[in-house]
Design a protein around this ligand. Structure first.
Ligand code: HGY
Ligand code: MN
Ligand code: MN
Length: 426
């Protein structure tokens, strides 16, 4: 579809319905934080996740879409095209949230996909190709690390049983939580797992809030996403010796917390970037036995390291273990890498279609990369891939004060509808 707008399609996107759907989803796992912000805590493979999926499925069935799930729990809502055998256009995002998450990260891309497909059908816009809206399993990696398990398995990036023995904080294995979810959703049609067992998509487009301040600061309506920076996750285990805090001389201790401080100070030096492009975060720390009067015998802490330049991502990431080994004085060190997503640049087809739709609809737009990772990172090797960003208030995300306006979401859904119609007729 060139720069022409399908006026009946754009008009068929129902902004009020879209916002109602978003607010209904936000009730599932919703909470009010101490500052009065409405947050969401909806862990993957939890009863709340299943409640949200059932609500989405009820809307999809009402809209006449086919519903199916694959063996990683990825959930698909299918709009049939006039040539059903053709590779589908895929759109979607994730429904799981951070534990202290917002009402828009991930879920908006799924609900926007549903709204765009409903608008296509209500406007009578025919598509040659099928369109599928997907809700990927475990994008956040909050309950089970790493993130993007559903999309990585779908794309053949990692074998589907890679994470079977990963446990959550309650010791529940990923494989058991996934089996429980699939059993509770046994009434939903099964489908082969992505390109591993089935068909690759023709194209993939994901709608998401920016999770950064640029679009709001530049007063833009639409972000034409050009690519995603690389991310590497590590978990570092320091094993010392627990001792009595009152009687053990410091010279005799193997204090895991003191060694953690040495390690993090050394990592801060490794990761120093005067241009503030590099992202280095330690945000999850486990201490054992975690009592005030016993010296810490064991510490586990996480590293989230990101950079847009793969050479830097590899060089600094590969140096992490050696830097920790050199800095630690008394403990045994174990460094495990558990996520490695290289920087990706989206092929031109989808960003160009997003830009054409935004322009045709008279929306202010700009190109920008994504600092957050997304399931789309793993679609790039499979097919032309891209993302549509909308502004979020002060760029805040992964926090209950995350907010995007009804108008911003409706504009994003209208662009998505036009892009889907465009791609599904190629
Ligand atoms: O961490 C991320 O970049 C994503 O929001 N899960
Ligand atoms: Mn997200
Ligand atoms: Mn997120």
């Amino acid at each position: 579809m060139p720069d022409a707008v399908a006026p009946n399609l754009v008009a068929a996107v129902d902004a009020a319905r879209h916002w109602r759907d978003m607010m209904a989803m936000a009730e599932i796992g919703g909470f009010i934080d101490e500052a009065g912000h409405p947050g969401v805590n909806r862990p993957c493979l939890s009863p709340l996740d299943r409640q949200a999926r059932r609500l989405l499925i009820s809307w999809a069935e009402k809209a006449g879409l086919g519903v199916s799930v694959d063996r990683l729990g990825n959930l698909f809502l299918r709009h049939e095209g006039s040539a059903p055998g053709l590779a589908p256009v895929l759109t979607g995002s994730h429904m799981d949230s951070q534990p202290n998450g917002g009402r828009f990260d991930g879920i908006w891309g799924v609900i926007a996909g549903l709204e765009a497909v409903r608008a296509l059908r209500e406007a009578g816009v025919a598509t040659k190709r099928p369109i599928e809206v997907v809700a990927w399993t475990n994008e956040e990696g909050g309950r089970y690390a790493p993130g993007c398990m559903g999309s990585m398995a779908y794309a053949g990036f990692a074998p589907p049983d890679t994470w079977d023995d990963v446990t959550d904080r309650d010791g529940i294995r990923w494989a058991d939580a996934l089996a429980e979810q699939l059993a509770l959703e046994a009434d939903i049609a099964r489908r082969p797992l992505g390109v591993v067992e089935g068909q690759a998509p023709f194209a993939y487009v994901e709608a998401h809030i920016e999770q950064g301040p640029l679009l709001e600061a530049k007063e833009m309506d639409i972000g034409v996403v050009t690519g995603i920076q690389g991310s590497r996750w590590f978990v570092v285990e320091l094993k010392g010796k627990s001792d009595h805090a009152g009687t053990t001389p410091l010279a005799m201790r193997k204090d895991a917390v003191q060694d953690m401080l040495r390690a993090i100070n050394a990592l801060n030096a490794l990761m120093h970037d005067p241009k503030d492009v590099l992202r280095f975060t330690v945000a999850s720390i486990e201490v054992q036995p975690n009592t005030s009067n016993s010296v810490a015998g064991l510490v586990r802490f996480t590293i989230d390291f990101r950079h847009p330049d793969n050479a830097v991502l590899q060089a600094r990431g590969n140096a992490i273990e050696g830097v920790i080994q050199a800095a630690v004085r008394d403990c045994a060190v174990k460094v495990t890498e558990r996520f490695h997503a290289v920087p990706v640049t989206f092929q031109p087809e989808v960003p160009d279609a997003v830009e054409a739709a935004a322009r045709a609809q008279g929306l202010r737009h700009m190109r920008l990369p994504s600092g957050a990772f997304h399931d789309s990172q793993f679609m790039v090797p499979l097919c032309p891939t891209g993302m549509i960003f909308v502004p979020c208030r002060a760029g805040v995300s992964h926090h209950p004060s995350e907010y995007a306006t009804p108008e911003a979401l409706a504009a994003g859904a209208r662009v998505l509808a036009q892009v889907l119609a465009d791609l599904a007729n190629r």
